[in-house]
Design a protein around this ligand. Structure first.
Ligand code: 5AD
Ligand code: SF4
Length: 472
């Protein structure tokens, strides 16, 4: 008999994709996804513990579902990083919770549900699986409505930055065999997916620990050869592990989009050292220069933190200085949040909340101006857009992204979804661009992207390089 599962997801793209993987696993035991918690037989809250705020949201979400549990007997479970971190303690703390499945327990969820049914007892799985079988993902079935898809290539992290909980809740770096990844990418391509985003906490570490396995640039090259896939992205990269081979891939692989997310966290060498980041601001700047050398149109985004223990005004100014030098396309900025069990939680020079708040506001104000400047710089250019579907903001608009990962909204038909088309950018806003379709003559001059969109493309997309900034 069919049952319904509702998943609420917090945190990063890895968590979003883990929710998709949970759905695929549950599909095998006849659960269908519902978007209505009221309709569900099983509610899962997929959690994040990287900072305090997302962790707190979990407890309020569970509170909201308590009534459904009482009224309908809905099974209530927690998955993800908070589940891994708290384990059995969550079951004690939240008496109406039935199930806790840690970050490496996704394939075990069907067995856990069965065990619960047979024994009538609550279940908890938070073991680490050294073999990495938790990375195996059932392939999605049937035709897929989406144009782009995530593909997990590795999980975990060996870096142990002093502020970060990830190595403790995700475990050490573990890679999936490339044959399995390539199978999944081919399967997605056959079902209409045009863009894949390769996921891992440190994708540059791909292949570590697997004998005779490819390294990351080789994996990218292999995926570049998969027929039907038109665009490739990846996230996240660690600056210390960003190899020359990967930098070169941006000029060599036609499907690899011109965007890199490269968290720098701080612009101060003193703070980077205390964070245990393993690079200095100078080497970060050098790598950015090298990326721009091989790919002048590359968009660069990053994560940054303010208020790390011991951060003085001077350190903060070094961060602002690095931001202004690089002019990131966008930044994800956070106040340092103390995480139990990490080394930085023991540091005694914690920064006052008020100071963190002020620094974050200053930093975000500056970045807002820089992002807007970048986006306005696109006005008048012609950009290749992969159309994703209807815009969530307006029924009359379609939406897609440039190769540099900028959202572009434009007036167009639904049947454009899944196609790469040239658009003239008319407006650059704070968070997106506005574009318009070209006339047939203009399209021909733009390089015939539409014509090529269903062909197997190689490196030829670079023929369609956008004009340099300033040129219109
Ligand atoms: N406090 C604040 N931000 C953090 N991040 C990771 N750990 C913490 C923490 N303890 C941020 C980093 C990382 C992003 C995913 O989250 O910037 O790159
Ligand atoms: Fe956390 Fe550092 Fe690993 Fe990133 S590289 S996941 S910040 S420990």
């Amino acid at each position: 008999m069919r049952k319904f599962v509702y998943i609420e997801t917090y945190g990063c793209q890895m968590n979003e994709h883990d929710s998709e993987r949970i759905l695929r696993v549950l599909e095998g035991v006849h659960y269908l996804e519902t978007k209505e918690a009221q309709q569900a037989d099983l509610i899962l809250v997929n959690t994040c513990s990287v900072r305090e705020k997302p962790e707190q949201k979990v407890y309020s979400a569970l509170g909201r579902f308590k009534r459904l549990k009482e009224e309908k007997g809905t099974i209530l479970g927690v998955t993800g990083c908070v589940a891994q971190q708290e384990g059995e303690k969550l079951l004690d703390r939240i008496p109406y919770l039935d199930m806790v499945a840690g970050t490496q327990a996704i394939p075990l969820i069907p067995q856990m549900l069965k065990r619960m049914k047979v024994t009538g007892e609550k279940v908890c799985e938070t073991g680490f699986d050294e073999k990495g079988t938790y990375l195996k993902t059932p392939l999605p079935s049937g035709s897929l409505p989406q144009v782009k898809s995530f593909v997990t290539i590795m999980q975990g992290c060996d870096h142990f930055c002093s502020y970060c909980i990830v190595p403790y809740v995700r475990g050490r770096e573990k890679s999936r065999p490339s044959a399995e990844i390539l199978d999944e990418v081919r399967h997605l391509a056959e079902r209409g997916v045009k863009e894949v985003c390769l996921l891992g906490q440190n994708v540059n570490g791909y292949g570590k620990g697997l004998v005779g396995e490819m390294i990351f640039p080789e994996l990218l090259r292999a995926i570049n050869g998969v027929e039907g896939i038109e665009r490739i992205r990846f996230t996240t990269s660690h600056p210390a592990d960003l190899s020359q081979g990967l930098i070169r891939a941006f000029s060599e692989l036609g499907k690899l989009c011109e965007h890199i997310h490269l968290p720098f966290q701080s612009g101060s060498n003193r703070i980077l050292k205390a964070m245990h980041r393993g690079y200095a601001r100078e080497s970060y700047l050098e790598k950015i220069d090298r990326l721009k050398e091989v790919c002048s149109s590359i968009a660069i985004t990053a994560d940054v933190m303010v208020g790390f223990p011991g951060e003085e005004e001077e350190d903060f100014h070094q961060t602002l200085d690095l931001m202004k030098r690089i002019e990131f396309d966008d930044l994800f900025s956070f106040k340092y949040s103390m995480r139990k069990g990490t080394r930085a939680a023991q540091f005694d020079d914690q920064v006052e909340e008020k100071v963190k708040q002020e620094r974050l506001a200053i930093l975000q104000g500056i970045q807002k101006g820089l992002t807007l400047k970048k986006n306005r710089g696109f006005e008048g250019r012609t950009e290749e857009i992969l159309v994703e579907g209807r815009s969530k903001q307006s029924d009359r608009d379609m939406t897609g992204r440039t190769r540099t990962n900028k959202i572009v909204n434009f007036k167009g038909d639904l049947n454009l979804a899944g196609r790469r088309i040239p658009l003239r950018i008319t407006d650059g806003y704070a968070h997106s661009l506005r574009g318009e379709m070209l006339s047939s003559d203009e399209k021909a001059r733009a390089g015939g992207i539409e014509r090529r969109s269903h062909d197997s493309i190689g490196t030829d997309l670079h023929e369609f390089s956008p004009p340099a900034p300033g040129e219109t």
